[in-house]
Design a protein around this ligand. Structure first.
Ligand code: NOJ
Length: 562
């Protein structure tokens, strides 16, 4: 019998496998020119903050030319910086300074749709039905006697219909806002254009891309009616059954098998460049084995693991999410990712302060249940401490290191998220997690901009949470984050081997695992939990995490076992 040589492992330890990646939302990070909108020079001026946080990379949400109908996820020119945010030279300066600080730069790629102001869409509107210009998008004739009914019943993720009619009677598909027409990924011109866009940014030195709506590019060829809910979080349906992959029926606009050919092709492009360039899929796909298809060795490097994010304050649920995603990723040989907050969901310091953190994923209004800020922050710190001990890469969202809550009292006229308008106010939208950051407690706009301008009003609670108010203060959330990233790095937790520590966690509501000689315990129960005697406390989520040898509720610790 001849032994087959083992396949070469190309994924040993590329930088992204255990990286802590910090999401910068350019509108709200720092505003250098004082117009109330964050910008690239503002980000560059605050990069030392990221260095002191000990992150490995930053991911920039879109800063491209855009009418900003969806906060930049409506791109009018993929190779230009929007003047609101600066210039290409400003981007280069940012990326070069980040490089000098040892921080890699990841940019957003928005391939599912363009802005309606993109030259291609303007050309499509000017051209006739059936023209090559229209074929770059998804134009169809309508149904009914005069074609006055949309081609199918799909709705927009942001609420309202998923189709809009143009003056000559045809309809175009937009899974998001009416200003975000979906591209036709069967058109070779679309494929070639994005190849070029990807190379444009790789040539400018970016280390990777976060791929927006990665599960949406290819639609079912028949565009069949779909009675399910079209939502980013619940984009697909569960059917249950013995084989979750085979028996799962994705919605016809999401997670179609054709997307994988695109990602194999992009992986080839990344391979032309040095330095382990990467892509991370934003794909709201269930169940975990289907999501893992996006991170097969010849596709993307990472996919956000939203199964963990949507768990409540429940150790058993968190453990299930960890198990399911790790097993699915191991099956394809990919490390996993962890994330608790981003610009689309309620900040976890507020989510965990709700009676049911799983009930509300996108926005809290003044008339909704208000989160308990104290409990929410304690739980958020504990969940983050547990998350940062898990093997794989972790994503942080700007402001979580300050313990920022969701802004729940934003006036209706300040809200910009299209979800708010398209749902007729029923869904308040995502502005509450996008409020400009507080840097200096005593400065106008808490130091966000030199003039005091701020595109969204900042809550008064931001004063005590400003970065300078937490700097050097033992026990502050900022100092905790610095300790977590430093110790995680020192102990190699990102590349660790974790195992559930059943013997140390016989109680309900307790999550406990070991990794690299560290015992991690998280208490989601309402009573204290006795810790093993003689263990050394490495880090606690709060200064009073341990009381008389027991871990208090809503807290977590990293312990060194005797
Ligand atoms: C996902 C992005 O994260 C979100 O902010 C955006 O609205 C949609 N994709 C549409 O691009």
């Amino acid at each position: 019998m001849t032994l087959e040589p083992a396949p070469a492992d190309t994924r040993t330890t590329p930088w992204w496998a255990d990286a802590v990646i910090y999401q910068v939302y350019p509108r709200s990070f720092a505003d250098a020119d004082g117009d109330g909108m964050g910008d690239l020079p503002g980000i560059t001026s605050r990069l030392d903050h990221l260095a002191s946080l000990g992150v490995d990379a930053l991911w920039l949400s879109p800063f491209y030319l855009s009418p900003q109908h969806d906060a930049g996820y409506d791109v009018a020119d993929y190779r230009q910086v929007d003047p609101r945010f600066g210039s290409l030279a400003d981007f280069d300066a940012l990326r070069e300074k980040a490089d000098r600080l040892g921080i890699r730069t990841i940019v957003d790629l928005v391939p599912n749709h363009t802005s309606d102001e993109h030259v291609w869409f303007q050309a499509a509107l000017a051209a006739a039905p059936g023209s090559p210009e229209r074929d770059r998008y998804i134009f169809r004739d309508g149904r009914g006697p005069d074609g006055a009914e949309p081609p199918n019943n799909w709705t927009s993720v942001f609420g309202g219909p998923g189709w809009t009619r143009v003056p000559d009677g045809q309809w175009y598909l937009h899974l998001f806002d009416v200003t975000q027409p979906d591209l036709n990924w069967h058109n070779p011109e679309v494929v070639a254009e994005f190849d070029d866009v990807i190379r444009f940014w790789l040539d400018r030195g970016v280390h990777g891309f976060r791929v927006d709506v990665a599960h949406g590019l290819v639609k079912h060829p028949d565009l069949p009616d779909w009675d399910g809910h079209t939502a980013m979080v619940e984009g697909t349906t569960r059917t249950g059954g013995a084989d979750p992959i085979e028996e799962h029926v994705p919605a016809p606009m999401f997670d179609q098998d054709g997307v994988h050919e695109i990602y194999r092709h992009w992986n080839d492009i990344l391979g032309e460049y040095d330095g382990d360039r990467m892509m991370v899929a934003e794909a709201w796909v269930e169940p975990a084995p289907r999501l893992a298809k996006y991170v097969r060795p010849d596709e993307m490097q990472q996919a956000f693991n939203f199964e963990f994010l949507i768990e409540g304050w429940d150790a058993a649920g968190m453990a299930r999410a960890v198990d399911s995603v790790m097993a699915a990723n191991e099956a394809v040989g990919a490390p996993t990712t962890w994330v608790l907050s981003n610009h689309d969901v309620v900040r976890h310091a507020s989510r965990f302060g709700l009676a049911d953190p799983t009930g509300r994923s996108a926005g809290i209004g003044a008339d909704d249940e208000q989160p308990d800020a104290g409990i929410g922050l304690r739980r958020a710190r504990a969940a983050t401490l547990a998350m940062l001990a898990l093997p794989g890469s972790a994503y942080l969202y700007q402001g979580e290191e300050l313990g920022l809550p969701e802004a729940t009292q934003l006036p209706a006229d300040a809200r910009e998220d299209p979800t708010f308008v398209r749902s007729g106010g029923a869904d308040v939208g995502r502005d509450g997690c996008r409020v400009p950051l507080p840097w200096e407690a005593g400065a106008p706009a808490y130091g966000f901009s030199p003039t005091g301008a701020s595109w969204l009003p900042q809550p008064a609670s931001f004063a005590d949470l400003a970065a300078d108010a937490q700097e050097g203060v033992p026990g502050s959330t900022l100092e905790l984050y610095r300790q977590m990233t430093a110790l995680r790095r020192e102990l190699h937790l990102g590349t660790g081997t974790m195992a559930w520590a059943e013997e140390h966690a016989p109680a309900e509501g307790i999550l406990a695992f070991t990794t690299e000689g560290v015992l991690v315990v998280l208490n989601t129960a309402d009573r204290a939990f006795e810790l093993p005697a003689g263990a050394e406390l490495l880090l606690g989520s709060v200064p009073d995490a341990i009381d008389g040898g027991a871990l208090v509720p809503d807290a977590a610790v990293w312990l060194r076992l005797p």
